[in-house]
Design a protein around this ligand. Structure first.
Ligand SMILES: *Cc1c(COP(=O)(O)O)cnc(C)c1O
Length: 334
């Protein structure tokens, strides 16, 4: 498939129109401290302030609004590390559609609680995303629910890509965009939306060192499974699906670089977001800041950093910003 063809399979402008009444236009602010550190202008897109606490509402709202009457009747199901589930539960509730969210035991309790509050049916099964997926697959097969996956779906990718359109409008001279990367729905959408308009923009994905499924898959040249481990970047956990249809190829063709971060580096990103930028950001949402702080990004400016989510357990946040050495692998939080 050609690069142009890959971009044209998504319709970002239509998605932007569709979701506009339901999502917030999040602010962009310059970061003095990161600009100084990087030597080029650095801007933060404060998408952690999105309704439901993450950008995932964009894709979920787009996908829900494209369902047929018959599908709406059946209800939707997904597997999630928490934020997609919360976004889908919110969008489904607003549209009057029943919703089931399957999660593994790794999903933090604060995220499970927020989804329960939205009235979704919750299934906690297994110790990984892949195991929770089996329950979702069963519900599709046995109860006819409609699967709306967290990343590997054109309507999800188109919705997430609307964030890229906004960045281009708000920072027209942007040269590098730093994007937290897990299954790749966000980065595929961002890269395709941005590069359709401006092929020279550099798109960099950031993941945690522990269980970075997309990075491992790109190295292997095909989707591979990784062992999922507890991480401060819990929203970046999980595989990309061995039968990945969209995000693997799109990421391979359109993403310029991938950077992996240690737990200590991610903690430093959360701390910087709080003390310097005065923002509460979850580990997954802080990895762009983290990459700059760790000196792992070649900053061609202006740089846009996407802060993608704020749904961190506030007791954990408290400990991280207080400078405690939090290692989730050796504690009960995981
Ligand atoms: C889901 C998520 C990501 C990663 O998005 P993918 O489309 O899975 O790559 C990044 N940050 C936050 C806060 C998320 O919830």
């Amino acid at each position: 498939m050609s690069v142009n063809h890959r971009i044209n399979q998504f319709d970002f402008l239509a998605a932007a129109d569709r979701i506009k009444p339901h999502v917030r236009r999040t602010p962009v602010v310059p970061s003095d401290s990161l600009s100084e550190k990087a030597g080029v202008p650095v801007y933060l897109k404060l998408e952690q302030l999105q309704t439901t606490g993450s950008f995932k509402l964009r894709g979920a709202t787009n996908a829900i609004s494209k369902l047929t009457a018959d599908q709406r009747q059946k209800g939707v199901v997904c597997v999630s590390t928490g934020n997609h589930g919360r976004a889908l539960a919110y969008a489904a509730k607003k549209a009057g559609i029943s919703c089931t969210i399957c999660m593994s035991r790794l999903v933090p309790q604060n995220k499970v609680d927020a989804i329960a509050k939205l009235g979704a049916d919750i299934r906690i099964t297994g110790a990984s995303q892949d195991e929770a997926q089996l329950e979702a697959d069963r519900l599709v097969l046995e109860e006819g629910l409609v699967l709306l996956p967290p990343f590997d779906h054109p309507d999800i990718i188109s919705g997430q890509g609307t964030l890229g359109l906004e960045v281009l409008e708000e920072i027209p001279e942007v040269q590098t965009v730093l994007v937290p990367l897990s299954g790749g729905g966000l980065i595929a959408g961002i890269a395709a939306a941005l590069k359709a308009a401006r092929p020279s923009v550099k798109v960099v994905g950031l993941s945690m060192e522990r269980g970075a499924a997309m990075a491992a898959s790109l190295t292997a040249g095909r989707p591979v499974q990784v062992i999922e481990e507890p991480s401060l970047a819990d929203s970046l956990g999980g595989g990309i699906g061995l039968d990945n249809q969209f995000t693997f190829e799109t990421t391979r063709e359109l993403v310029d670089d991938i950077v992996l971060l240690t737990e200590a580096e991610i903690a430093a990103g959360i701390r910087h977001a709080y003390w310097q930028e005065r923002q509460v950001v979850e580990g997954s949402g802080a990895v762009g800041i983290t990459g700059l702080l760790a000196g792992k990004i070649n900053p061609i400016g202006p740089v846009a950093v996407l802060l993608t989510g704020c749904n961190i357990d506030m007791n954990l946040h408290h400990r991280v910003i207080a400078g405690e050495d939090v290692d989730l692998a050796n504690s009960e939080e995981g």
